[in-house]
Ligand binder design. Structure first.
Ligand code: NAD
Ligand code: GLY
Length: 347
């Protein structure tokens, strides 16, 4: 078992352990005296891992109840959010109880936001079951739901009380969902850690399981360092957005269908690298992403993508900030006008 302490405004541990799911009751008991545990999950994850969690929690004296919603981004909405709040109320969850998010980033984001708002805040535990959720969304306290006008537009900062990552759960992921998370792992290597990049580049989609625990640990430790310096996303945390400005534009252009976040990030990292860095660096990045069956560019004309960059919610009036890694392991934040960004991308 490996543990990382995240020293944010309310500190917590991330436990990384194969088969850690079976011990979750013991770990959660070590952080709370609560009698009730409300498990929030989606239909796929609930069917795969719900009973394991309930067995472990029951052994540690928790009285469990479960709320399950249909899997996928389309559930991260106000209606399901309201259903979760009603469920918490109906099952008599109080401020001294605990809420458990069992699933990928969708479950983590909506459950975290429910935990932030229900009774003005109840402790919640993240048990992330996708690679993206283990190395990114479960750590750092960003919680959100989507509204008509866009993704993640309503939410709160709410740090979990504990995170439990069991890399054995990643074995049941569809290959394209594992690939999706690998784009974020490559991003961590690019922005902070050449050794991590090499570790990822030494494997591929079939062999990465052998390096999974080391990779997950290193990625979370990088995220720890970034969020400890900038918990509320005022500056440095922006480096986590390497590849994301163009990535979000690509996702938007595809109307979020048949084109995942990870595919956008992968292509976005290549597109900005191509314009500003040496060809040898771009070649290395492409070689690595191809091992995980991720795209390394796009055929979509720039003039169709740039309007989506203009809509990016991270943009400030007429400026935007993009991230560039001129060497593997070092990220810079560059602030430009939107016109300068267009000129660069159209070059
Ligand atoms: P997801 O939660 O939709 O999971 C993807 C699919 O995998 C779902 O169908 C799910 O049922 C299935 N699944 C999950 N675990 C499984 C397992 N172990 N075995 C088999 N199937 C499994 O998607 P995601 O990629 O995990 O998360 C994406 C979400 O995360 C987006 O809503 C995004 O906005 C959010 N996000 C949040 C942050 C943050 O900091 N809060 C960061 C990045 C992304
Ligand atoms: N996923 C980006 C962040 O946590 O800031």
């Amino acid at each position: 078992m490996k543990k990382i302490q995240i020293n944010t405004s309310s500190p917590y541990d991330v436990i990384i352990e194969r088969d850690g799911l079976k011990k979750c009751g013991k770990y959660i008991r070590s952080i709370t005296n609560s009698t009730k545990a409300a498990i929030i999950t989606d239909d796929i994850v609930g069917a795969l891992y719900g009973q394991t969690i309930i067995n472990s929690l029951s052994e540690s004296g928790f009285e469990c109840s479960t709320f399950t919603f249909p899997n996928g981004e389309q559930s991260k909405n106000l209606s399901v959010f309201g259903d979760i709040l009603d469920f918490l109320c109906e099952t008599g969850i109080t401020r001294s109880d605990v809420i458990i998010a069992l699933g990928g980033g969708v479950v983590g984001d909506i459950t975290g936001f429910a935990a932030a708002s229900y009774l003005r805040g109840v402790d919640f535990v993240q048990i992330p079951t996708t690679l993206l959720a283990q190395i990114d969304s479960s750590v750092g306290g960003k919680t959100a739901i989507d509204i008509k006008d866009g993704k993640n537009l309503v939410g709160a900062f709410k740090q979990p009380a504990l995170v439990i990552c069991d890399s054995n759960t990643l074995k049941t992921l569809a290959p394209e969902i594992l690939s999706d998370g690998m784009a974020e792992a490559v991003k961590y290597g690019m922005i902070r850690d050449n050794k991590l990049f090499q570790l990822i580049n030494d494997h591929d989609l079939n062999s990465i399981d052998k390096a999974m625990d080391e990779m997950v640990f290193t990625c979370i430790d990088i995220k720890r360092d970034v969020v400890e310096h900038d918990e509320f996303d005022k500056g440095e945390r922006m480096i986590l957005n390497f590849g994301h400005t163009l990535g979000h534009a690509l996702e938007g252009w595809h109307e979020y269908r048949n084109f995942t976040h990870g595919m956008g990030v992968a292509a976005g990292m290549c597109m900005i690298t191509e314009r500003l860095c040496e060809k040898s660096l771009l070649d290395k990045l492409k070689e690595c992403l191809e091992k995980y069956k991720l795209p390394t560019g796009t055929d979509i004309p720039m003039n169709e993508l740039l309007p989506f960059c203009r809509k990016d919610k991270k943009r400030e009036s007429d400026h935007l900030r993009y991230i560039i890694c001129r060497t593997i392991g070092k990220a810079e934040i560059i602030k430009v006008t939107f016109e300068e960004f267009c000129k660069l991308m159209e070059a």
